[in-house]
Design a protein around this ligand. Structure first.
Ligand SMILES: Cc1cc2nc3c(=O)[nH]c(=O)nc-3n(C[C@H](O)[C@H](O)[C@H](O)COP(=O)(O)OP(=O)(O)OC[C@H]3O[C@@H](n4cnc5c(N)ncnc54)[C@H](O)[C@@H]3O)c2cc1C
Ligand SMILES: NC(=O)c1ccc[n+]([C@@H]2O[C@H](COP(=O)([O-])OP(=O)(O)OC[C@H]3O[C@@H](n4cnc5c(N)ncnc54)[C@H](O)[C@@H]3O)[C@@H](O)[C@H]2O)c1
Length: 444
């Protein structure tokens, strides 16, 4: 490293877009700095994936217990307060663990808010200047807030996960990942949930007939869905709230979740000052994750990209930059198949080519009603369907599944899709039995 720099590589933000690659980069001897204004680990461990999946665990068990019916004696009910305490116990150690992983491998953590002064200089909390050869912007997303009267009366996903008590009535505006996952959790915990849709579709990027199956199932469990709701305003009346929507329609509720999306977190970063190009979808990068400023890169959710804004994509980008910066590659980034799952119950998950794309290409589409499959019968899954897509050479190129085990099915099948395995190769691999992975693999 030249003596004019404090670090070879300086990351802004300490989420998956940073630490997956920054740890091995620092371990390889490269001088690494990480500036973080909040908790080390960023969204996923502290207020995203890990927090959410911990809160979802009793929900999953409760759903399964209900399906298994009178095999269980007595009623199971979820104590939300204890559930939130358990979530906190699980996630509290993560920032120290991840920070320890960075520091023990030689990276320096600098706490505070970063703002660019020039192409190589970042000012932390308006006082401390840090100079680096290369800088990676990995500042993630923040909740979008509706621009309507009373919008400050609504809450975000982090506040939902920290609720001490589950409100009796919850209105959720938005039916994307967060809207649908949190509707599943809140309703299983006992809240009367209403989901207000922007249009007539939820989870737009997923296979719509399966999304409709999930909606129908949630409706049976008491969740109300209002399509084309056109939310106008929120008002407070003592301890309750009124949601005004549509053509003079109203709803009274105890709590409002604004789940209308997440937007690039570029607050006071000073990008205009140095001329880094971006728009409302994120920072523009080339196929080496490089911005229009030669020494400044971006990684993770903050990038304007077609990849899903999920942890595996952020981690992959971060690892790519590690390889680029340590001279292990100079090739353009080549994304693997990035799978995605929505943790509703049943879940919906997918990888590879979508059903719509398969239809356009004339690929073979095979649908299986998994509720007839003995393995799904073990936990009495009545809503379980799977679609496999094969290309003209017989390679598995896409899978979509709705079932309570969809995420494990997709994980099991990923190697076949990513590596384009042929029949002999598929048959050369055997898995553990009886497991959903074995079952899924036997369908390839
Ligand atoms: C409720 C929820 C549930 C989710 N569930 C899943 C899931 O189940 N599976 C999945 O794959 N993905 C999930 N995600 C998405 C996942 O969390 C993100 O894709 C992932 O965290 C992106 O990582 P990142 O490093 O790009 O950004 P982040 O993790 O958001 O990290 C950005 C960091 O930058 C810091 N920062 C921002 N600006 C500055 C600044 N100027 N100076 C210093 N620091 C700054 C922030 O404090 C933050 O820590 C979920 C997201 C949410 C919100
Ligand atoms: N399981 C997972 O991987 C997971 C879970 C949660 C979040 N995430 C990530 O977090 C990000 C944010 O999730 P999200 O659910 O907030 O965003 P999203 O983009 O998935 O959904 C936003 C929803 O809000 C709706 N909407 C937008 N404007 C509206 C308006 N004015 N009125 C009513 N509805 C409106 C949209 O139609 C959409 O249904 C996503 O990019 C996702 O990748 C991932």
């Amino acid at each position: 490293m030249s003596t004019k720099y404090d670090f070879d590589v300086l990351y802004i933000g300490a989420g998956h877009g940073t630490f997956d690659g920054a740890i091995p980069l620092a371990a390889s001897g490269v001088s690494v700095g990480v500036i973080e204004s909040g908790l080390i680990g960023g969204t996923c461990p502290n207020r995203g994936c890990n927090a959410k999946i911990t809160l979802d665990e009793p929900v999953k068990i409760s759903r399964e217990a209900k399906r298994l019916g009178n095999i269980f004696d007595g009623n199971l009910s979820i104590n939300w307060t204890k559930n939130v305490e358990h979530k906190q116990e699980i996630i509290d150690p993560l920032p120290d663990m991840l920070g320890g992983g960075l520091e023990s491998n030689g990276a320096t953590i600098i706490k505070g808010h970063a703002q660019f002064k020039d192409d190589h200089t970042v000012v932390v909390d308006g006082t401390k200047e840090v100079i680096a050869d290369k800088i990676v912007i990995s500042t993630g997303l923040k909740p979008h807030r509706l621009d309507i009267p009373g919008s400050d009366l609504a809450h975000d996903s982090e506040e939902f996960m920290n609720l001490k008590k589950m409100p009796a009535r919850v209105v959720i505006v938005g039916s994307g990942y967060i809207g649908m996952e949190f509707a599943t959790i809140a309703s299983e915990v006992g809240a009367k949930v209403t989901v207000l849709l922007h249009s007539d579709k939820a989870l737009r990027k997923f296979y719509q007939p399966y999304v409709e199956d999930i909606i129908a199932d949630l409706k049976k469990r008491g969740v109300t869905f209002v399509k084309n709701a056109n939310v106008q305003s929120f008002e407070r009346k003592d301890d309750t709230f009124t949601v005004n929507y549509g053509d003079s329609q109203t709803l009274t509720t105890d709590w409002i979740l604004d789940a209308t999306g997440r937007i690039p977190n570029l607050d006071s970063l000073g990008l205009e000052k140095i001329g880094v190009k971006y728009d409302k979808s994120g920072i523009f990068v080339n196929d080496h994750l490089q911005t229009n400023i030669i020494n400044i890169y971006a990684s993770g959710d903050v990038i304007s990209s077609d990849q899903p804004k999920v942890t595996p994509a952020a981690a992959f980008e971060s690892l790519y930059l590690m390889k680029l910066f340590s001279g292990k590659t100079d090739a353009a980034i080549e994304f693997p198949v990035i799978p995605s799952v929505v943790f509703t119950s049943p879940r919906i998950a997918k990888a590879g080519i979508s059903v719509e794309e398969a239809k356009e290409k004339g690929y073979q589409i095979t649908e299986l009603d998994q509720s007839k499959n003995w393995y799904y019968g073990v936990d009495k899954e009545t809503l379980a369907k799977s679609i496999q897509i094969h290309d003209p050479d017989g390679h598995l190129v896409g899978v979509t599944e709705v079932s309570d085990q969809a995420q494990d099915v997709i994980n099991a099948l990923l190697p076949a899709i990513q590596l384009k395995l042929n029949r002999d190769q598929v048959e050369s691999i055997v898995g553990l039995f009886p497991t959903i992975g074995f079952d899924a693999w036997s369908r390839v």
